[in-house]
Design a protein around this ligand. Structure first.
Ligand SMILES: [Zn+2]
Length: 303
């Protein structure tokens, strides 16, 4: 009888062990683009929930008690860092989360821009594909540390996805190569594209600064209108989570047209244009290079 009990207990423990090995890690990502990168590396071994979802603005996010519940059940929390998630310390404290917090942008050399006269770190590093590859490496290492038994799977997925990102990066360089230097100008509502601009040698001007909450001064707007005229920019862009109001006014003033939506800080809803990071980058580059090619047909200004 004792033996039978021991066998039963043993079998029960084994099945528990097998079950826990199959249960995906409960992972929370602070915003949708980061959530997609974590899914790419983690595959079926992670169950990813994002705090700031598609088309939503992480700059002005206000956590709710519901958000706190997500963290209570989480094994790991992935954040961008670079002061993007200003609401995070309050949320972590309110939810009493004691798990791992992984900063996906670790190792990136931050760009500093001026916001309201003060220097601020630019958080939008993911819009440069080589930086996104670094995020992926950081995600792989963090998942391996948390679930060493699945590390090989994470490493393989990270390698395959990294190769896909490398191809994407090459494609973006090729697309921009065809654009004359004078036409490589982008006007967009909030200043999300400084890492992108540096990596792909594009000039980006934005009236609103790094944060969507910032107010553009009348002086800044007037200066931007002068630049749009001088550079003969024909298309202005607004990001999916930013307000189009100011850019629409500038378009009216300058006679430029409003381009389609760029995706900078959030993915689109599922099955729309940009429900993954790769699709988001392809969409943006396609829109930008088409607008630049059109502007490039005009001779550069005489000055
Ligand atoms: Zn932003």
């Amino acid at each position: 009888m004792k033996n039978a009990y021991a066998i039963l207990l043993c079998a029960s423990l084994m099945s528990t062990a097998a079950f826990s090995a199959e249960v995906p890690l409960k992972v929370v990502a602070s915003f949708s683009i980061l959530g997609d990168l974590v899914k790419e590396v983690g595959g079926e071994s992670v169950d990813v929930t994002t705090i700031v979802g598609p088309n939503a603005d992480a700059h002005v996010f206000e956590p709710t008690p519901q958000t706190g519940k997500l963290l209570v059940q989480a094994d790991m929390l992935f954040i961008n860092g670079l002061d993007f998630e200003t609401w995070l310390p309050r949320l972590v404290e309110a939810s009493n989360y004691r798990g791992v917090v992984v900063t996906a942008s670790r190792g990136i050399n931050p760009r500093t821009l001026t916001q309201d006269g003060k220097p601020m770190q630019d958080p939008h590093a993911w819009l440069s594909v080589p930086h996104a590859r670094l995020y992926v490496k950081n995600i792989e290492e963090a998942l391996c540390a948390k679930a060493p038994l699945k590390c090989k799977v994470f490493q393989e997925r990270s390698k395959a996805y990294g190769a896909r990102l490398h191809t994407l990066d090459q494609w973006i360089h090729t697309r921009f190569k065809a654009i004359p230097d004078a036409a490589r100008v982008v006007i967009t509502a909030h200043d999300a594209f400084s890492y992108f601009a540096k990596t792909y040698n594009v000039r980006v001007l934005a009236p609103q600064g790094i944060n969507t909450q910032a107010e553009a001064s009348a002086w800044d707007v007037a200066a931007l209108i002068d630049q749009i005229r001088a550079l003969k920019v024909k298309t202005l862009f607004v990001e999916n989570m930013a307000s189009p109001k100011l850019i629409a006014q500038i378009a009216q003033e300058t006679g430029a047209r409003m381009g389609d939506t760029l995706y900078s800080d959030a993915l689109s809803e599922k099955d729309a244009c940009c429900d993954t990071y790769v699709k988001l980058m392809e969409h943006n580059v396609d829109l930008l290079t088409k607008a630049m090619a059109e502007a490039g047909k005009t001779p550069p200004p005489q000055s």
